[in-house]
Design a protein around this ligand. Structure first.
Ligand code: AMP
Length: 148
């Protein structure tokens, strides 16, 4: 029933907190795990074309750092499991939903919290948008309350 589980990560505490849920469910269902990270595409996100000669170089540098970070993400927790990792460029919630459609994902596990700061103000909540548009079941994972 649940054969493919997608865990999108922005490497935040919220995504790390969701990781054991995805890992445990993948074990229980004997499912494959898909880890993706989406690098914001400035052109797409703003709807403006940002001409910048070095933009491609900047993206490829960010991409190589993100790939390394993604390789490390969940290394311990996911040892011995069937895990696919991919770095994608675009608007995070759009790419997460597209990836789920394209790969026939059965379950998305996503943190309710991501990185704080300006991105959130400009782009809105990734978790909320994914929840609204996902083609499959979504498990949202909250951060534990402080002090509990
Ligand atoms: P947010 O709704 O932006 O606070 O982020 C909530 C969750 O969405 C995070 O914990 C991640 O699991 C996921 N997420 C946010 N941004 C990205 C991104 N750029 N790539 C992959 N997953 C993301």
């Amino acid at each position: 029933m649940v054969k493919k589980i997608l865990l999108p990560t922005d490497f935040s505490e919220g995504a790390r907190n969701a990781l054991p849920y995805a890992a445990e469910l993948a074990k229980q269902y004997n499912a494959s795990l898909y880890l993706i990270h989406v690098i914001y595409d400035i052109n797409q996100a703003s709807g403006l074309h940002v001409p910048h000669v070095n933009l491609d170089q900047l993206y490829s540098e960010i991409e190589s750092v993100a790939k390394k970070e993604l390789e490390r993400f969940g290394l311990e927790e996911l040892r011995g499991m069937n895990v696919q990792r991919e770095v994608i460029r675009g608007v995070p919630y759009e790419e997460i939903v597209k990836y789920a459609e394209k790969n026939q994902i059965d379950l998305i596990v996503i943190g309710t919290h991501g990185r704080k700061g300006l991105e959130k103000i400009f782009f809105g909540s990734t978790a909320e948008q994914v929840l609204r548009r996902a083609p499959c079941a979504v498990l949202t994972v909250r951060l534990p309350k402080k002090g509990s």
